[in-house]
Design a binder for this molecule. Structure first.
Ligand SMILES: Cc1cc2nc3c(=O)[nH]c(=O)nc-3n(C[C@H](O)[C@H](O)[C@H](O)COP(=O)(O)OP(=O)(O)OC[C@H]3O[C@@H](n4cnc5c(N)ncnc54)[C@H](O)[C@@H]3O)c2cc1C
Length: 239
């Protein structure tokens, strides 16, 4: 029987995976790529809390944090940019410490443009009312608080959904394969080398007798955080 084999398998379809796929398409990669997520397509993700008023702990996985576009799909979709004149970064982590401030600014511009190309609002928040903001900054400083003000691109929850849906369709049309409602239960390692992943349907997550399928690739990218991908992450610290 033919083994299912890919050039690259990506575990998770959050923004990091979606942008990996986007870049592969832009680079005209002819590689056979498979993305796997334990959650649903973005258009099928919905949270019952809007109707029930309280979290009903969805099974098998929470729709807020799982599925295409990952943990951010239900967020307000705020993209923190930067001030041209700033020589350091005050939000957004430590990327600039590794890549330098100029390269980080270039990458933020590049990423921001992708969001704009897929329908992001051209309007930027946080660039008006400079005088008023300065007054608040001075007041805050007197109290020992530093006010950080940077431009924000605000997608909004609904806009974020439709934008990510366009990205999902773009990736799918390019021929990259996507597998939803499928959990990666393990990484296959042979002689200290990655050989692929083990998967099963998400709705069988607690069924120890459910059939586990193997999919092969020499390159497996784990594009999810440790907390949410315990099984696959077992190997990352070792290899
Ligand atoms: C409530 C909330 C609001 C946020 N608001 C903002 C915001 O306004 N602006 C901003 O920039 N950022 C925001 N963030 C942060 C942003 O969502 C994350 O930084 C981003 O989603 C991280 O992307 P990722 O691809 O690394 O991982 P994730 O988005 O976590 O995606 C990982 C994916 O992997 C899948 N997965 C995990 N384990 C497995 C497995 N074993 N098998 C198969 N699939 C698996 C999950 O289902 C998930 O879809 C917010 C986050 C949350 C939770």
């Amino acid at each position: 029987m033919d083994k299912k084999k890919y050039d690259v398998i990506v575990v998770g379809m959050g923004p990091s995976s979606a942008f990996f796929a986007y870049e592969s398409i832009k680079l005209n990669s002819k590689k056979k790529i498979l993305l796997i997520d334990q959650g649903k397509r973005v258009e099928n993700r919905n949270c019952p809390i809007e109707k029930t008023g309280k979290c009903v702990k969805c099974k098998p996985f929470c729709s807020i944090t799982n599925g295409f576009s990952g943990a951010g799909a239900f967020s307000d979709g705020k993209l923190s940019l930067y001030n041209e004149e700033d020589e350091d970064f005050y939000v957004g982590g430590n990327l600039h410490k590794y890549l330098g401030v100029e390269e980080t600014k270039r990458l933020i511009d590049y990423t921001d443009k992708i969001y704009l190309d897929f329908g992001g609002d051209k309007h930027l928040e946080g660039i008006e009312y400079k005088e008023e903001v300065d007054k608040i900054r001075k007041k805050a400083k007197k109290q020992g608080i530093e006010l950080i003000s940077i431009p924000i691109r605000h997608l909004g929850t609904e806009k974020a959904h439709s934008l990510y849906q366009k990205i999902e369709e773009y990736i799918e049309k390019s021929g990259i394969e996507m597998m939803f409602d499928t959990i990666v239960t393990d990484v296959i390692i042979e002689n200290n080398e990655v050989k692929g992943v083990k998967i099963k349907p998400s709705n069988c997550v607690d069924d120890e007798n459910s059939k586990i399928e193997e999919i092969y690739s020499d390159k497996v990218i784990i594009a999810c955080r440790k907390k949410r991908c315990k099984l696959a992450f077992r190997y990352v610290s070792k290899s």
